[in-house]
Design a protein around this ligand. Structure first.
Ligand code: DUC
Ligand code: ZN
Ligand code: ZN
Ligand code: ZN
Length: 483
């Protein structure tokens, strides 16, 4: 059985052109004119783009005394409904747990996925076992390792551990990821706020000012430079961390930044809403910022200093959020966004003229496929690529509402927002999973995507090698000791 997508315009990260796309065996078999196929999908008025890749999700993750509410089943349904055809989730060993052991847990959970997926491995503690197992993890096709510089007493790693792990990742040809917030300062500020009676959700934002993110981002960049490892900074929310990334890139360092669709479109006023539930539902780390930081993130996407738009999809129900009544530090951190990322970015990015359709494709799919070593199997419209495609209708509109979403939670942080630009069809490896908002996907259809180490290094300055490859200096005339 073959499928042909007719009458559309192909839009990739660098090209826009009229062509039909023929799909056979789950892959793109031909691109051109006058092709024939068994099943015909009409793409009149639509754009044929690589399906979205969300490289930052937390599905069914044990966290802050509970589990995130969307699992691989509901989470990947939400992804497909919004035009995203692949997610990269974080395998998260609890401190002391082996990496391969954690990977087994994520393998088990992900069997229910409706679309393809891969994993990053989190390094939440350090020791010989972690060092040894990292090689086996890379051999399994997982080449990206995440480090939390926050969540003190739980997931956080200290600088000695960060440096050791970064060096190991570099030697294995992988990429280091960081959640960059200064966890010591956050813990200190949180304790003080609580002691002073600031127990509401707005306390969360006060406990994590932009400086804690800027400081940690700068530190991670410098440690990565000394370790020679490429660095990917997740959820860049403010000018302070963006500025550090911009500067590093201008110096030739291999550093990439990932803003989230939430930070691009929602701001800190959400935490001052008089409704406790409204504010708590938006508690995530880093918190939403003011409009000047938002402008900085948009500028980064336009100039290319920021590379990827993700969601950090980590959804909790209202009931779960209420664990934090009377103490904001107990509100499970996280928001949803998987289903809304592409329509929201199209609406606020392309419709407003901030981004071109090609830049939209780069930010939602192609750039991360390259960074993570899975291009052009993913993130491309090329003969031989997986037929993970979205036939995008730039004229289709809807109002976002929890009542009609795939996510398992009872609200949506974008509730009531009008979006323009939606999938007409979403295809996962050639199978039509969504037709004009109607989902017809299959649990278990998703497959694990193994990735190759890219092996690129992060050496900004030629001096780097001299300074970190020490050798003793031959000397004569050594003075007598102890005189
Ligand atoms: N931030 C969140 O808001 N949730 C999950 C983990 C994180 O870093
Ligand atoms: Zn994080
Ligand atoms: Zn995250
Ligand atoms: Zn299902």
């Amino acid at each position: 059985m073959s499928t042909i997508i007719r009458n559309g315009t192909v839009v990739t990260a660098d090209l826009t052109y009229k062509a039909d796309v023929l799909i056979e065996g789950g892959r793109i078999a031909a691109i051109g004119e006058g092709l024939v196929g068994d099943e015909v999908l009409d793409a009149s008025g639509c754009l044929i783009m690589p399906g979205g890749i969300d490289p930052h999700t937390h599905l069914e993750m044990p966290f802050m005394g509970t589990y995130s509410a969307d699992d691989f089943e509901s989470g990947t349904r939400a992804a497909l409904a919004g035009g995203t055809t692949m997610v990269v989730d974080f395998a998260l060993p609890s401190p002391g747990q082996g990496l391969m052991d954690a990977l087994q847990m994520w393998d088990n959970k992900s069997g229910r996925a409706h679309c393809d997926y891969s994993f990053h491995m989190a390094v939440t503690w350090w020791g010989q076992q972690v060092f040894d197992e990292m090689e086996a993890v890379v051999k399994r096709g997982i080449t990206s390792f995440k480090h939390f510089m926050a969540y003190k007493g739980a997931l956080m790693v200290n600088d000695d551990e960060l440096f050791a792990s970064f060096r190991r990742v570099g030697d294995l040809g992988g990429v280091a990821l960081v959640h960059a917030e200064n966890g010591d300062v956050v813990a200190e500020l949180s304790a003080r706020l609580l002691a002073e009676g600031n127990v509401g959700p707005e306390g969360h934002a006060y406990s994590r000012p932009p400086q804690v993110e800027g400081e940690a981002t700068n530190r991670a960049i410098m440690v990565a430079d000394m370790a020679g490892v490429p660095l990917y900074v997740v959820h860049v929310s403010c000018e302070d961390s963006h500025e550090a990334i911009r500067r590093a890139r201008a110096q030739g360092k291999r550093v990439w930044g990932e803003p989230l669709i939430q930070h691009l479109t929602l701001d800190e006023s959400e935490y001052f809403n008089a409704d406790w539930d409204h504010a708590a539902r938006r508690v995530m780390s880093p918190p939403f910022r003011n409009k000047s930081h938002q402008a900085s993130l948009w500028a980064g996407l336009q100039s290319g200093s920021l590379s990827v738009v993700a969601t950090d999809h980590c959804a909790f129900t209202t009931e779960q959020k209420r664990y934090g009544v009377g103490d904001f530090t107990k509100i499970p951190n996280g928001t949803g966004g998987l289903e809304d990322r592409m329509p929201m970015l199209w609406t606020h990015g392309v419709e407003t003229g901030r981004l071109t359709p090609n830049e939209f494709v780069a930010a939602t799919s192609t750039n991360i496929a390259k960074i993570l070593g899975m291009y052009p199997r993913k993130g491309a419209v090329l003969v031989g690529s997986d037929a993970d495609l979205v036939v995008w209708d730039p004229g289709a509109e809807k109002t976002i509402s929890a009542g009609s979403q795939q996510s398992a939670i009872d609200y949506n942080v974008f509730e009531g927002q009008k979006v323009k630009g939606l999938p007409r069809y979403t295809l996962t490896r050639g199978v039509v999973a969504v037709t004009e908002g109607k989902l017809d996907s299959r649990e278990g259809h998703g497959e694990f995507v193994a990735r190759e180490p890219r092996g690129n290094v992060n050496r900004a300055l030629s001096a780097w090698k001299e300074l970190t490859a020490p050798r003793p200096v031959e000397r004569s005339g050594i003075p007598a000791s102890g005189v």
